[in-house]
Ligand binder design. Sequence first.
Ligand SMILES: [Fe+2]
Ligand SMILES: [Fe+2]
Length: 287
Amino acid sequence: MLNKANPIKRLNLVLIATICIGEALIMFFLPFFGALSDILIAALDVALLLLIMIPVVKWLVTEPMMKYHRDLGSAKNTILARENQMLGALNALAAANDNETGNHIIRTQQYVKLLAQRLKIMGHHCEILTNEYIERLFKVAPLHDLGKVGIPDAILKKMGKLTADEREQINQHAMIGESILLAAQTEDSESDLIATALKITGYHHERWDGLGYPRKLVGENIPIEARIMAVADVFDALVSSRPYKRAWTIGDAYQEIVLKSGSAFDPTVVEAFIAERLNFENIAHNY
Ligand SMILES: [Fe+2]
Ligand SMILES: [Fe+2]
């Protein structure tokens, strides 16, 4: 538990006590040193004050301050451990219900990291894309299709083309995923990881031109986390085979993403994608 004692209040008390004790000492010792110079009296006063105040300050301020920082550090570690535990459980849930082929989750996670790092290098969204935040994006990217847990297998794993109604049901996965994450977010401890995951999970099917779903947001109204995820997700879907389609070549998928810059995708993210083409190819081949 955190020590709630406020070290600043304690410091104020110590300062007031120092002044009072100092004044009292000077008044008390003054008659005994009448023959000595004022400078010597002042030096003795200071020495006495220091002698008294050093252990007092240590007891009242330094030790509580150190304990406060120790408690704060251990509270942060506990929160981090709980977040990682929760993330592990949600990732397992997302992976268990993933109907995509191969290592879609791992590949898209890698693509997201590449795009975020490249955007940062290019000077885009630097205020958001710190190294720490990119690591967080990497951690939560596998949750983008978490909501598919709420879609019947008969639709999710259907061999063949989906009807309009089935497509509509699958599209619900963005909002379902969002609801699961909101339920994982407790009132008293807002998790940074969940907050970032919400931006990906609920918005990764929005399009730059406003024709996406579920909210039909336009351009920069879509969180940058989701704009990055969209390019990673679509590229991987194109180069993967499905029961109803063959895998596109990497070259064709590359052209498709570039062609849809400014319509489906954020142009700055596509710019980063172009710069990372070789790394995308490596990941597509290696995972
Ligand atoms: Fe999705
Ligand atoms: Fe996906």
